[in-house]
Design a protein around this ligand. Sequence first.
Ligand SMILES: Cc1ncc(COP(=O)(O)O)c(C=O)c1O
Length: 354
Amino acid sequence: MKAFWSRIARELSPYVPGEQPRIANLVKLNTNESPLGPSPLALEAMRAAAVDTLRLYPDPEAQELREALAVHHGIKPEQVFVGNGSDEVLAHAFVALLKQPKPLLFPDVTYSFYPVWAQLFGLACETVPLDDEMRVRVEDYRREAGSIVIANPNAPTGVALPRAEIARLLEDHPDIPVVIDEAYVDFGGESAVPLIADHPNLLVVQTMSKSRALAGLRVGYALGGVGLIEALHRVKNSFNSYPLGRLAQAGATASVHDDAYFRESCARVVAGREAMTRELIRLGFVVLPSSANFVFARHPARGGPEFAAALREHAVLVRHFNKPRTAPYLRITVGTEDDVRRLIAAAVLILGHE
Ligand SMILES: Cc1ncc(COP(=O)(O)O)c(C=O)c1O
């Protein structure tokens, strides 16, 4: 079967996304999706876009969406790049910016797609250990590097660095590209976007999959100096001219315009996270301080794989990463109030609590 595979295909270790099983009545807390729906205005815009013009290719530059994002973030449209989910935007950044003669640095515990892209695109990379409390320490990045990527808040820990720490990292590395992946920033992190004006080497990547509840639409974007954005366009236009269809552009643009809905949904997810954290702590879990739409938690009385499997028996799906530092932990997405009730009820049964 593998006779026709290229050497690249044979040697890859692909990223494994969280399960999307078809189990009835499942509590699905394994892929950091939003428990709330997208903006009604976004849904309406997509319905309105589902017309005869679908026979025509979409705007390859997604001008309207880039203008809306530029206004939202207080920068110029030429400083915005959009793509098919932030995964695609990050993949382009690996090729366009992060691939340098010297190695790419990223934390030892972080988004597990980074090493996959490094392998696919042939980047040398080095991991920098988190500290004992699973925090990124920017002083540990003071070493020879060709480029840096950091998720902030980090995944799967949910732990965030203040903007001042990102500024220190940029001051230490003015001459290499630095990508800050802010997939979860809207749930309480401090965005690095205000640092773009003074740092032409900074690219900030965000997504509509989490805080805008549009994971199914696949829209992500990057913000940065025009030089960095131009490099992304060069790679994109060497790969796929139309990464965002008409429906995606219409829905994403309307979502950006509906700021009130966006703010309210983020606030609701944050309140849900705080409530879920309190319940987990009450059951004896150790929960890392999260600024994301999930928590990273371990229970001293049960191993991570065992707990994840036991929850699955109760139709509650959480994510478990079976690597040495992450093995004791469960990554649990903030669900609806009902999801959280069912999670806690299952955990009580598993732990044999009253
Ligand atoms: C840290 C991080 N970055 C990027 C992504 C990709 O998100 P998307 O491709 O849906 O925009 C994820 C998804 O889980 C993530 O956790």
